[in-house]
Design a protein around this ligand. Structure first.
Ligand SMILES: [Zn+2]
Length: 168
């Protein structure tokens, strides 16, 4: 088994859509960043990459690369999932905590959970989405996400041989 941990933060900016866990949430501000700023998908992506001891999201998808400008963060997550599969692992469960002052995540947590479940091919009963407000942290204009994943060996490690490029 392998455990992975990821952390990310983005600053709120006016005039851009807010996307968390692949779900667009109505709010007067969105998360700035080179891509769509999806703080939760970035933390989960880094957790998956970390579990494999692979390069992190910023190394694989450089913010200076024009290809990733405004990119849907699902692209990063799918690349990490491809690496998990080709290394012969599958996801056991994902847990996460969002820390943000606004908007309230409660009304959206079921949709975010369903989205992460679908994107990662993990049953919703194995996807944890928790949210807290940043009491005393002074980070009210940012969204922060922590994520952990547990991977276990799948039944067909043979797939590792079929795509040697993915192993580096
Ligand atoms: Zn990010």
């Amino acid at each position: 088994m392998r455990i992975g941990y990821g952390w990310d933060s983005h600053e709120f900016k006016r005039g851009i859509p807010l996307k968390i866990g692949g779900v667009e949430i109505a709010h007067d501000k969105g998360l700035g960043g080179h891509s769509d700023g999806d703080v939760l998908l970035h933390a989960i992506t880094d957790a998956l990459l970390g579990a494999l001891a692979a390069p992190d999201i910023g190394t694989l998808f450089s913010p200076s690369d024009a290809r990733w400008k405004g990119a849907d963060s699902a692209v990063f997550l799918l690349e990490a999932l491809k690496r998990v599969k080709s290394a012969g692992y599958k996801i056991v469960n994902i847990d996460s905590t969002l820390i943000l002052a606004a908007p309230k995540i409660g009304p959206h947590s079921a949709a975010i959970r369903a989205s992460v479940s679908k994107l990662t091919g993990t049953p919703a009963t194995c996807v944890g989405i928790k949210a807290k407000t940043p009491e005393g942290m002074g980070t009210d204009n940012a969204a922060i996400a922590h994520a952990v994943v547990l991977l276990e060996r799948g039944s067909s490690p043979k797939s590792r041989k079929s795509n040697p490029k993915q192993r580096s």
